[in-house]
Design a binder for this molecule. Structure first.
Ligand code: IPE
Ligand code: IPE
Ligand code: MG
Length: 245
């Protein structure tokens, strides 16, 4: 029997995914764009299962960007409705798998109904200890940084913090992701090679991976491929890898 040894350090602790390509998937099949978003929920389920199975501790999913509010109203409403319905349909299974859901982003623009669903999933899954599923919803990295800088400026003005004491950790702690480690790998489905305002501060040493598969076709196999790709990367953090000298 062949035993495959897995090096724990080769498993990313935090995988972040830009779930892109729902619209193109739908258009290719002659469907409405929102049908692509509905189909994408199955890929979210598959990614959560694969993350738990691989021992990944944090999975961040970019579900709706601040810029996405500018899409046709019908599409935005369909996404909000899908979010509320998914909260209700998925909560039991998430609890069963030990998944804790945390939502990052600005909450003030959501309707009362969306806000309630968002708070409800966070509350109902708060004791999950296998995987933290971070949903970036009305998220943009630049607005997150602006909010964080405002918080720090207020603390300096109030005399609670000295400007000279602001370091990288202080800034990390002022972001929505304060208690979440930086992503080890950022995956973007759909083939576009850009970050679209996602985790710009946190991504400083993340590996980047851009599979061409559209999000509704992304399954456990594609998640495993991302984990395998990560294991092949040589993270040097600006140093030299003496094992290869
Ligand atoms: C990603 O898929 C989902 C959201 C941005 C909400 P898209 O809707 O951007 O799909 P494409 O990129 O147009 O195919
Ligand atoms: C990024 O995808 C946002 C999400 C996946 C939620 P977009 O489709 O909005 O990004 P661009 O327009 O291609 O940069
Ligand atoms: Mg897109």
């Amino acid at each position: 029997m062949q035993v495959i040894m897995t090096d724990r350090s080769s498993i990313p602790q935090h995988v972040a995914i830009i779930m892109d390509g729902n619209g193109r998937w739908a258009q290719q099949l002659g469907k409405e764009r929102y049908e692509g978003h509905i189909a994408g929920v199955e890929s979210v389920r598959a990614s959560v299962r694969a993350a738990v199975r691989n021992g990944v501790k944090y999975l961040t999913l970019y579900a709706f960007s601040t810029e996405n509010w500018g899409r046709p109203q019908q599409e935005v409403e369909a996404i909000m409705e899908l979010f509320c319905r998914s909260v209700i349909s998925e909560v039991e299974e998430l609890r069963r798998q030990g998944v804790r859901v945390v939502v990052i982003g600005r909450r003030s623009r959501f309707s009362e109904r969306v806000r309630e669903h968002l708070e409800s999933i966070e509350r109902q899954t708060s004791d999950g200890d296998k995987l933290t599923l971070v949903l970036a919803f009305d998220y943009s990295s630049r607005s997150e940084i602006v909010a964080g800088v405002q918080t720090l400026a207020r603390r300096v003005a109030a005399g609670e913090l000295s400007a000279d004491d602001i370091d990288e950790q202080t800034i990390s702690d002022a972001l929505y992701t304060a208690s979440i480690p930086d992503p080890d790998i950022i995956v973007r489905s759909g083939g576009e090679c850009r970050l679209s305002n996602f985790l710009l501060w946190q991504a400083s040493y993340a590996e980047l991976y851009f599979p061409t598969v559209l999000w509704p076709d992304f399954g456990e196999e594609q998640f495993d491929a991302a984990v395998e790709e990560f294991a092949r990367r040589d993270r040097r953090y600006g140093l030299v890898n003496d094992k290869k000298l």
